[in-house]
Design a protein around this ligand. Sequence first.
Ligand SMILES: *Cc1c(COP(=O)(O)O)cnc(C)c1O
Length: 367
Amino acid sequence: MSSSIEELARANVRKLVPYQSARRLGGKGDVWLNANEYPIGTAYQLSADTFNRYPECQPQAVINNYASYAGVNADQVLVSRGADEGIELLIRAFCEPGQDAVLYCPPTYGMYGVSAETFGVERRTVALREDWQLDLPAIEQNLAGVKLIYVCSPNNPTGNLLSPTDLRQLLELTAGKAIVAVDEAYIEFAPHATLVPWLAEFPHMVVLRTLSKAFALAGLRCGFTIGSPEMITLLLKVIAPYPLSTPVADIAAQALSPDGVAAMRQRVQTILENRALLVKTLTECDCVEAVYPGEGNYLVFRCSAAAAVFKSLWDQGIILRDQSKQPSLSNCLRITIGTQAENNQVIAALRAFPNAVAAKEFSKEAV
Ligand SMILES: *Cc1c(COP(=O)(O)O)cnc(C)c1O
């Protein structure tokens, strides 16, 4: 009986709700603005031909190129299967299941909670304040047993940067007690805000990075953890022996070459221009009540009827991400900045709402 297999599973795995990734949520669209991907792909040629051999655990070309891009030493960089694996490695290295806790501040990225739950580690949440900044007094009161804190800046999904003064205070508060992981998945869109220069001062800090967003390589599955050499040595103890396949390492090294980095900066420039235009045009739509300034390649906006707007766009093949179930995000949708043509399609659909719904009903009757 299939239920007996389920009974053999760990209790926390039985209860686990897997991460609702954009891909898992489905949809049939041609305008995909729900996963913060870059809207256009870049072609790469494989240069490796040693597929009979196991890859290097930490491919040297990838590590060296990333270290030079991030302005750190090679022994401060760990490469993994996406930033998501970095999130998980920290739990594996620092949290005793059933004993230690991780703390994070919703609304934020969903994988911190999912990873903790998978390992049977307590999830302690302290909501962001109304202004989407850290609630430091509440964090301080909830630190007992916390080994690991995730903060995300620019924060997904709200888009804002966390205050550097608050981050410094958090790091001072936690020194010697807990690890602070700063998720900089979107930092290329606001490079001045990186905390990497603080690493020398705060050895209990790590920075998470990815090639999935500004580098336009979400399909590659390649991310980075930047920290002290001591931290990287620890994480290397718990990583898989061959976390990156040879083709992934090959392409990652190309994407991080000087030409690759220059192309990334060009893409960021385009996204920032398109984002400014999207903010302006979204604000002018009748069904949009508020557009929040965002620092990433996405925006959240509040609608008078988010569920209906979401559904109407979905039916037209435009897939956004509904955030209205998250704390302090009622009636909010998140939109990834697409190409200019895609953004125009969204605006046209929003301008037509709710008339688009009515027109559809009408055309059904006419058939
Ligand atoms: C997309 C995203 C990640 C995951 O990055 P991968 O490298 O694709 O695993 C991590 N953190 C945040 C905040 C993200 O939005």
